[in-house]
Design a protein around this ligand. Sequence first.
Ligand code: ARG
Length: 470
Amino acid sequence: MSSPRGKLWGGRFAEATDTLLEVYSASEHYDRRLYAQDIRGSQAHARMLGQAGVLSAEDVTAICAGLDAIRAEIEAGDFPWDPALEDVHMNIEARLTARIGDAGKRLHTGRSRNDQVATDIRLYLREAIDHLRAVLGGLRAGLIDLAEREAETIFPGYTHLQSAQPVTAGHHLLAWEAMLARDCERLGELRARVNRSPLGAAALAGTSYPVDREMTAKELGFDAVIDNSLDAVSDRDFAIEFCADASLLMMHFSRISEELVLWANPQFGMVRLPDAFCTGSSIMPQKKNPDVAELARGKTGRTYGALMALLTLMKGQPLAYNRDNQEDKEPLFDALDTTLATAKIMAAMLPQLAFVPEACRRAASQGYPTATELADYLVRRGVPFRDAHEQVGKTVALAVERGVDLAELSLDEIRRNAPKADEDVFAVLTLEGAVAARDHIGGCAPAQVRAAAGRARDRLAAENLEPTHG
Ligand code: ARG
């Protein structure tokens, strides 16, 4: 019996591979997206072997040129992907040998698919993180600009989703920006842990060839070599960490989305979403639905799913490489695709939010939001805070009973429970007065919002995120 047809590992096998296994184990339909990283890694490995005297200069030249031609072939859509060759690595290697002959068969000297795939994923994820951070940077810049434009817009501040105290819309937008700034920071920290080279660890134990791991690491732009060969091929912490960071990011998008769904609801009417990012109903002609927000909220779940899948994938694995690891890619790629697509559409949509100032003001004035102002006013006039709290509570009850706002009570009515109140009390009962009084770092006063927007812009500039157009 001959060895399994076309297999690069067929030597010790007498029988052909069952087609069920071929289908079960093939990953080329999803790991082919690593082709560019795989080729770069192979070229670096070949050049290093040339330097070490393991490969001849002619072989290195033939391998590098052959791989360049294969990259062009893949990008032109002409590459003959073959699921029987399992994965992206063996598809490319088999094709290389078909093109350049024996030199192609020498490429895999001193290497294993185990260090190869770990290298590819790290290179791919590094680029994806840079892209995602750049898109988030653009989104943050848009939010900062919008916050500045809405620095004076009176807006309801909620606790328990009950109107609590008035804030400004710009202040709320800068809270969103702060969440996304932490996401960028986290991804930047992760990038440093992703950017280390497993190449040279070979299957698990290292290799007896005189490999120069520093050389390949440097050529591929890695910051360092991963010390321990067993760890280098088996570690997928970085993929789990990405899914954790992605989950946090999506959780933020989901919270933002929930707010958009509420604000855009005609019963709130505080924000108009751009038509280009809403859809209608096939039956109800009046409808304008906030689909982007709902989809983002929904897609958050699949990202949490990716995180759980990877944690579970790794939890029972003994050192070093196990085939289980092939299952790392689909959840990781899905988390990447989901976060990137969500960040892009949010970056396009959020800067176009149109606040409706009258509706925001109306919502902000509901539910006695200046009651705390009244209490603070009484405290300034010598009433102990607990007593002031009690007096204001009674005043609110009176206003509820009369169906009016605090500012609509007469001075006599206010004095009935809060005898220290005077004519000037009405100044603190306005929404503008309440927000302007929060005039400290991180407060919602318009002047503070403008200052905070300036600081946020400075921080963003200092992060040096690559500008991107999508
Ligand atoms: N496709 C495999 C993966 O993604 C590549 C490594 C396979 N190594 C092995 N010894 N079978 O994990």
